[in-house]
Design a protein around this ligand. Structure first.
Ligand code: PLP
Length: 412
């Protein structure tokens, strides 16, 4: 995924020129998003489906840009169901999350949403609601199989005991319950064991394990399923941005793997593989832009304080990395005071919060940096604004600027 820096830098400079306060903005390149989604989709073999997990970024312009490239949206709350249905009455929806409320299950039934069941208790509740409302539902069982050696990354939701999904020892009870529940139709199994997968080969191994495990359960319990949902989890390499997940290698390997597995299907009808990717879809289109407010030296270290911080852009703190950035130099300086400047040194980028944790990047070598220059942090389109604690200290929110496919800029 090549970033269109020229487009973003130009838009950032324009926003800076128009701003009446130090700049602080998110910019989203919707054209790049649509192209990337089309590329992801084109790489998926036949019999695969591509859903976008909107928890990564549910802004309407992004959903609109993605809608024609995906088979549907994955949602994780009643709020997300309502948001999507308000704007996309027809788009297929699938619903995962632990601790679903009865009201959320009822909303899912009302809006024809496929539900990923996380426990026997949830299964029972959905069955009761579906019968009471005379509203049959499609379900997938989210299972957490013991695959700890394959499920390795910096953020693991399964493969070992966690709060997510149904532990395999409880699968028979869930299947038994489903067999007596006329209102619920089992469509398949759902897996989401990790996020931040950067290795295409290892991801293929994980998917192959899902496939084989599902086949084994189908044979063992006499089931016929339509879908295996293989979750999301493909990562973005923030630490070494030049080494991103190799989508082409992955998609070629997936086609080969599916051909081999389908050939060995022992007469069982092959299910469709469903992806519900979040980070890998929307991270690349987003940028956080912020203006340097102050520069100070403290002992051997240099700190640049920017307009904003982790309350806008929590991603580096959440993932524990030093986020890459580019400097956009602003040469014009017409203020009645001097301009702090550093050169040929390492700089730590800090925000405006009253906490030492408010760090976006640490000890990064820079050629030159001045108060009033802008910093542009890429890969900020997923789990960035939406996971940040916006209202801490009641600082103003950043601008949100969407660069549309049709080459016009609008903001909200
Ligand atoms: C059930 C489920 N599916 C999909 C995703 C999307 O994951 P990612 O953004 O890593 O692709 C998540 C994220 O937590 C999830 O919990």
């Amino acid at each position: 995924m090549t970033l269109d820096w020229d487009r973003i830098v130009a838009a950032t400079r324009q926003a800076h020129a128009e701003a009446d306060a130090p700049l602080c903005a998110y910019l989203y390149d919707l054209e790049a998003l649509a192209k990337h989604a089309a590329h992801v989709r084109a790489g998926l073999p036949q019999h695969c489906e591509f859903f976008y997990a909107i928890k990564a970024n549910s802004d309407l312009p992004l959903l609109t840009a993605l809608a024609s490239h995906v088979d549907g949206f994955e949602v994780s709350s009643g709020g997300e169901i309502a948001w999507v249905r308000r704007h996309f009455p027809q788009v297929p929806l699938i619903f995962s999350s632990p601790g679903k409320l009865d009201s959320e299950l009822a909303l899912a039934l009302k809006h024809d949403v496929t539900v990923h069941i996380e426990s026997l208790h949830e299964l029972e509740r959905l069955g009761v609601l579906a019968r009471a409302g005379n509203c049959p539902a499609s379900v997938l069982l989210r299972v957490n199989p013991p695959l700890a050696e394959l499920a390795t990354s910096t953020l693991v939701m399964g493969g070992k005991p966690t709060q997510f999904g149904i532990a395999v020892e409880h699968l028979p009870a869930c299947l038994e319950r489903l067999s007596k529940e006329p209102a619920l139709v089992l469509r398949g199994f759902h897996f989401h064991l990790l996020s931040h997968q950067l290795d295409a080969g290892r991801h293929l191994q994980l998917l192959q394990a899902y496939w084989r495990q599902s086949k084994e359960w189908c044979m063992q319990y006499g089931l016929s399923i339509e879908h295996i949902n293989v979750g999301g989890g493909i990562g973005v390499n923030y630490r070494q941005p030049e080494q991103q997940f190799d989508w082409n290698q992955f998609s070629q390997g997936l086609a080969t793997m599916l051909m081999q597995e389908e050939a060995a299907a022992d007469g069982l009808k092959a299910p469709r593989l469903r992806f519900e990717l979040g980070r890998y879809v929307s991270a690349f289109c987003g940028y956080y832009a912020t203006e340097v407010l102050d520069i100070k030296e403290a002992g051997t270290r240099t700190f640049a304080i920017v307009h904003g911080g982790t309350h806008h852009f929590r991603t580096p703190y959440a993932q524990g990395h030093s986020h890459p950035f580019r400097i956009v130099p602003i040469d014009c300086w017409q203020r009645p005071y001097s301009r702090p400047t550093v050169s040929q040194c390492r700089v730590t980028i800090a925000g405006q919060l009253c906490t030492p944790k408010d760090i976006l990047s640490s000890d990064v070598p820079v050629n030159a940096l001045r108060v009033g220059d802008l910093l542009l942090f890429p890969y900020a389109g997923a789990y960035a604004w939406h996971i940040s604690h916006h209202d801490f200290l009641r600082h103003p929110h950043p601008q949100h600027i969407y660069l549309p496919v049709a080459n016009q800029t609008y903001s909200s």
